[in-house]
Design a protein around this ligand. Structure first.
Ligand SMILES: [Cu+2]
Length: 410
């Protein structure tokens, strides 16, 4: 295999397509499908659907060459998708393989309160090498998610989140907008420097606590937990230092995200939406991060059909939708204006990778059946100079006269 062939095949394997025509290839679409959450398999125990989630520390790569250590559910970012039917009995075994504490909160679900996953509000944290069993009935229907609720400022942006979809056999959205396929896009924002520093700090604290527990020297002050406000105030008077005095964090020290992702990937690796002319697609948008997105689709007015999983009785049309932290919104896109269209955050800070544009949550809606002749940028372009160059037989800067798909300049 010559060097050029080797390069193109290894790029294919990594998912980066330099040649603009590759975006229309079967291989590209196959690679793109892998960028959507994988459904978690379950076993039946009586009428319970049993799932297993683990948490480990592993390396993640939002864009080629950018690697960092983070927390991962089942070694995936986002965590695997749990998809069940309305009313299903769900049992999730959560195994903690790290030496940090964690919990799982089922965001948007109506679980019994003991299953809500908030440490010291309704459960003890799931400690290192421990397993917690969550049990609930799946309700309400729609697009939801799950995330860690321990050290949330860090753990949630680190990677401890995943989609949770509850299907309705009588879905009014499906009835009104019979769609052909659907996509799940989980947005998040990550300050990878903060994640690294915080993870080191927490590992240190956990080690100290484990040591004290083993030696019977554990006490509530070490856990920063108290039975009452009075106990807490007495401890402070006797010299106990609450975390906000030990570890002062000014707003500038709070996470300043420098990586913005869809399903854990940043442009040019973010998943793309494929559509065909005349087709309808459903896109489930989930914001599992700590910044707001204002998602804007070019060339179309999509339908807003669900808010926090709830079908809207009167769907409205828009081309820009705010996706606030903690929210989910479902949209239906109708394939009625063929082409390659940008779908991006209009707060342009979030279409950057480590401060460099283009990056982040920049992606496209691609008509996969776009006729090859329409991909010709010269013939249909208003660029007079390029047309003249082509007519005079000059070699054009783009392969085959089609647009370069991935410009990485500023
Ligand atoms: Cu966690």
């Amino acid at each position: 295999m010559d060097r050029r062939k080797f390069l193109s095949s290894s790029l294919l394997a990594s998912g980066l397509m330099i040649n603009p025509n590759e975006i229309f290839s079967e291989a590209y679409r196959k690679e793109n499908l892998k960028k959507f959450p994988r459904q978690l398999e379950y076993n039946m125990d009586g009428d319970w659907k049993e799932f297993h989630l683990t948490v480990d520390i592993d390396v993640h790569e939002p864009a080629y060459g950018m690697k960092y250590h983070t927390l991962l559910f089942n070694n995936q970012l986002p965590g695997p998708e749990i998809r069940v039917n309305k009313g299903d009995k769900v049992r999730v075994y959560f195994h903690n393989n790290t030496i940090l504490n964690h919990t799982i909160h089922w965001h948007g679900l109506h679980t019994p309160w003991r299953m809500d996953g908030v440490p010291f509000v309704n459960q003890f944290p799931v400690m290192p090498n421990n397993t917690f069993v969550y049990e609930f009935v799946a309700e309400p229907t729609g697009t939801h998610f799950y995330h860690c609720h321990w050290g949330t400022v860090m753990h949630m942006q680190a990677g401890m989140y995943g989609s949770f979809i509850i299907e309705d056999p009588d879905d009014p959205i499906k009835k009104r907008f019979p769609y052909d396929r659907e996509y799940v896009m989980v947005y998040s924002a990550h300050d990878v420097n903060f994640i690294r520093e915080e993870m080191n700090r927490m590992l240190y604290r956990m080690k100290e606590r484990s040591y004290l527990m083993k030696n019977g020297r554990y006490n509530s002050e070490r856990w920063d937990t108290f039975d009452s406000i009075e106990d807490f105030e007495n401890a402070v008077n006797k010299g106990y230092k609450p975390p906000y005095l030990v570890n002062r964090r000014a707003p500038a020290d709070l996470p300043q995200p420098n990586w913005f992702t869809i399903n854990g990937k940043s442009y040019p690796y973010a998943p793309e939406l494929f559509i065909k002319e005349g087709e309808k697609i459903r896109v489930r948008l989930i914001n599992a991060g700590n910044v707001a997105y204002y998602l804007h689709l070019h060339g179309h007015d999509f339908w807003q059909v669900a808010d926090d999983g709830r079908p809207l009785p009167d769907p409205n049309q828009a081309n820009t939708i705010p996706l606030m932290p903690g929210k989910t919104n479902d949209i239906i896109i109708e394939g009625n204006n063929r082409g390659i269209w940008t779908f991006h955050d209009h707060d342009t800070r979030k279409v950057t990778n480590n401060g460099v544009y283009p990056g982040g949550t920049l992606t496209t809606l691609v008509y996969e059946d776009l006729p090859p002749e329409e991909r010709d940028v010269v013939k249909y372009s208003g660029n007079i100079n390029l047309k003249k160059m082509a007519e005079q037989g000059h070699k054009l800067p783009f392969d085959g006269g089609t647009l370069p798909k991935y410009p990485l300049d500023e």
